[in-house]
Ligand binder design. Structure first.
Ligand SMILES: Cc1cc2nc3c(=O)[nH]c(=O)nc-3n(C[C@H](O)[C@H](O)[C@H](O)COP(=O)(O)OP(=O)(O)OC[C@H]3O[C@@H](n4cnc5c(N)ncnc54)[C@H](O)[C@@H]3O)c2cc1C
Length: 427
């Protein structure tokens, strides 16, 4: 079990400084990424392992893309830039179709409470690493013990779950979501839908023994128990849901420049974005900063101890950076509801309300209506900020990845330099 933060921080940085150090170490090898990234090996040397930090926005995809372009010719790092943009694409795609997340959560709750007991039992066995295919059982244990799986292993394992075990994809997606340190409503839900053949018409991911033998470390392939079941896999045909139409986001008036109504405002920093100091909010002068380890929310989605420990550590890092940047009192709250703490700390600091980064579709965004109305009842306002990078990129995720990518690629490859004044690539 992933017990100590020391171990987590050594492998998956839970601080901005650690994540940037890992990036500096990885950067010289970024041009080998395209050739080596599919190899699944102990300690995952060929990939950045930065996803937990990117997920919590200890570092942003924007700054990583800028750093790649500042140090390499575009063509030498194109694949890595593309993968970083996959993340932004999935975020935008789900933001434009929040109903896909709601439907997934609804189906999950339904299955957990009303699912066929034999299926639920088999799902438990496979998740516990007792499915009977040695290499897949190893991946299940790796996920539980480290909170990470290589992308190729995620594909193999999700494909095994859906097409070999023929288990409901939402239960597998939930297993990943609870254990991954980088658990992301967009990348995880849509990654699973893609493997299941629900995301891209005509595309399903079926694991192949030859592919495992080619890319998976021989150390992990020594035990061939059960591998013949992978040979026999046949695509399980799932009923395609109706393609959800992209709602042109009613982009709310988001606050880009700190021109709040006069008054006393606090800054709430949450795990969806741990670097508001590096956004438009960096120019803001809050009366206080608050972080909350949102336990009730975490328990509702059942996050693993490892993921909670990671968040606790990353929030502490955000507080120490915020204290240095904003020079105001910094508060932290643990147990109790988010709305309760936001109202309580606002009273203690005589605030008119809060300013925060707007969470993207997911559990925290689901909780916002309740939080907003509780604050309203307490006479408090909340103002949201969204990054310019997201404002620019997300609306382009209305259709497939390749139109999204081609548009971005053309601009990057034509040598467009980062706009130094705003630090935003003019995509
Ligand atoms: C079934 C399934 C579930 C997944 N669940 C998640 C999840 O919950 N959270 C998550 O961050 N990623 C998820 N991914 C995408 C991908 O597997 C991880 O982002 C990647 O393995 C993280 O490792 P890394 O940081 O070493 O990646 P690197 O290869 O070093 O890539 C750098 C960054 O690019 C982004 N990226 C790379 N590949 C992808 C991809 N295929 N899709 C989206 N973004 C990508 C990530 O932010 C990653 O950190 C999932 C993929 C699948 C197939």
């Amino acid at each position: 079990m992933l017990g100590t933060m020391d171990r987590t921080d050594a492998v998956f940085s839970a601080t901005r400084e650690g994540a940037l150090a890992r990036w500096e170490e990885f950067l010289p090898r970024a041009s080998d990424y395209s050739a080596l990234r599919n190899r699944v090996q102990p300690r995952h040397p060929h990939v950045s392992r930065l996803s937990p930090a990117i997920r919590s926005r200890l570092v942003t995809t924007q700054e990583l893309v800028e750093s790649l372009l500042a140090t390499h010719a575009f063509t030498r790092v194109e694949k890595l830039v593309q993968e970083l943009l996959w993340r932004d694409y999935w975020k935008g795609w789900l933001e434009l179709r929040p109903g896909v997340w709601t439907a997934y959560r609804r189906e999950l709750e339904h299955l957990k409470h009303n699912g066929d007991p034999a299926i639920l039992h088999r799902a438990q066995e496979v998740m516990a690493g007792r499915g009977g295919i040695a290499v897949m059982d190893r991946f299940a244990r790796e996920l539980i013990e480290t909170g990470y799986l290589h992308n190729h292993a995620r594909m193999w394992w999700a494909g095994y779950w859906i097409h070999v075990e023929r288990l409901p994809w939402v239960l597998g997606a939930d297993f990943f979501y609870r254990h991954l340190l980088d658990a992301d409503p967009a990348s995880n839900t849509l990654g699973w839908r893609w493997v299941a053949g629900l995301q891209t018409k005509g595309k399903t991911y079926l694991p192949r023994r030859s592919n495992l033998e080619k890319y998976c470390s021989p150390v992990w392939m020594e035990d061939t128990t059960g591998l013949e079941r992978i040979d026999d896999a046949v695509v399980s045909t799932l009923k395609l849901p109706e393609e959800p139409a992209a709602t042109r986001v009613p982009w709310m008036p988001l606050w880009e420049r700190p021109e709040l109504p006069a008054g006393r405002w606090g800054l709430w920093i949450h795990g969806e974005d741990l670097t508001p100091d590096l956004s438009a909010l960096g120019r803001f002068q809050p009366e206080c900063v608050l972080t909350i380890l949102d336990d009730p929310l975490m328990q509702a989605v059942g996050l693993s101890e490892g993921r909670i420990a990671y968040l606790r550590h990353a929030l502490a890092d955000a507080r120490s950076r915020a204290a240095a940047h904003f020079g105001c009192p910094v508060e932290h709250r643990g147990e109790g509801s988010l709305a309760h703490h936001l109202a309580g700390v606002a009273r203690e600091h005589r605030l008119d309300g809060w300013v925060a980064m707007r969470p993207a579709v997911g559990p925290l965004a689901d909780a916002l209506p309740e939080i907003e109305s509780a604050l309203q009842r307490a006479g408090l306002a909340i103002h949201w900020c969204r990054r310019r990078w997201d404002e620019l990129r997300w609306p382009d995720a209305a259709s497939g990845f390749f139109p999204f990518w081609e548009q971005t690629r053309a601009r990057l490859a034509s040598g467009t330099k980062p706009n130094s004044r705003q630090g935003v690539l003019p995509l």
